[in-house]
Design a protein around this ligand. Structure first.
Ligand SMILES: [Zn+2]
Length: 317
């Protein structure tokens, strides 16, 4: 009996150490006055990171705190909240979700559990798609990729829809909504959030740095190019990408914009010379050497060429 008791105690101790170790990796870095970002891992979701891979944001207002994209799972959202409590003891009064991909919003659950009256804002398409099937699909996908480490996550949907250029006030802070700029970009559910006072733009996955992602069937690469040009023209001070380091327009918006423009130029040239996407790939690869060290380049670049080829082909019809 004694031995069994000791074993249980040991297991509990190991469990606590694991949780503490895990939450220590969640650190909000100050990027502007009262604005903080946790720059999440660039890896794909796996058992070790428990699905955590995005850049949650925190804004501390006079009357409350605001979270942007609280992560990919219940446990991740909890760790984001623990990290926020190290910065402020103000209640979380609002959350913004940038798009329907589950790595950005499934962490809502932890916030809602603690603050049931919290307002969660998103693009109307995001709420519709999350409720119809994307929420369940992402929960299953996260569970598979993390080998069950994200289990216990349920979909906590946004409560309030946004419109383009709407000003939303929360916690004494003002935010301007940017969406439907081209209709479709990273997805057809994208919302970019501007914190007006500090001139900070949370771009969601329209902005990526040092990491490539998928352009799925609901995306539009031409639209993503237009959105990044739009973001640059807003002439703001700080840009927070969905994945990768925060910076200014030159360091954080332009690299991915240039990548997409090179892909567009090379595919267009190849298409006009009757090359196949397969033949264009090695030519484009040589022009994209600056991006070879971005996470996911190998697995995504060929698919990006194929997607751009399809878009250029359909524009030509
Ligand atoms: Zn995404």
């Amino acid at each position: 009996m004694m031995k069994k008791g000791l074993l249980i105690l040991l297991l509990i101790a190991v469990g606590i150490c694991y949780l503490l170790y895990d939450s220590e990796k969640y650190v909000f870095e100050k990027i502007a006055d009262n604005v903080y970002v946790i720059h999440g891992p660039l890896d794909e979701p796996n058992a070790k990171n428990r699905g955590f891979m995005n850049n949650p944001g925190l804004i501390v207002g006079k009357n409350g705190a605001i979270i942007i994209d609280p992560g990919s799972a219940y446990g991740v959202g909890k760790n984001v909240m623990i990290a926020a409590e190290k910065i402020t003891n103000k209640p979380i009064v609002a959350v913004f979700n940038t798009h329907v991909h589950g790595d950005h919003w499934l962490g809502n659950q932890a916030i809602v559990e603690r603050y049931p009256a919290v307002k969660i804002y998103a693009h109307p398409n995001m709420i519709e798609q999350a409720k119809s099937s994307e929420g369940e699909r992402w929960i299953a996908l996260m569970s598979k990729l993390t080998e069950g480490a994200s289990d216990g996550t349920i979909a906590s949907y946004p409560t309030d829809t946004t419109t383009h250029l709407q000003i939303i006030k929360a916690g004494g802070e003002a935010f301007r909504m940017h969406h439907d700029i081209t209709g479709v970009a990273h997805t057809n559910t994208d919302l970019m959030i501007e914190h007006i006072k500090t001139k900070t733009l949370f771009m969601g996955d329209n902005g990526l740095v040092h990491r490539h992602g998928r352009f799925d069937e609901t995306s539009d690469m031409h639209g993503n190019i237009a959105v990044l040009q739009y973001a640059t023209d807003l002439n703001l001070t700080y840009y927070v990408p969905g994945h990768g380091p925060t910076g200014n327009a030159t360091t954080t918006v332009k690299p991915f914009l240039h990548y997409l423009q090179i892909v567009q130029d090379e595919v267009k040239k190849g298409y006009e010379q009757d090359l196949t996407d397969y033949e264009i790939k090695p030519i484009a690869d040589k022009k994209l050497t600056a991006y070879h060290d971005w996470h996911g380049y190998e697995s995504n670049m060929g698919k990006h060429i194929g997607k751009m080829f399809g878009e250029i082909e359909s524009l030509d019809e």
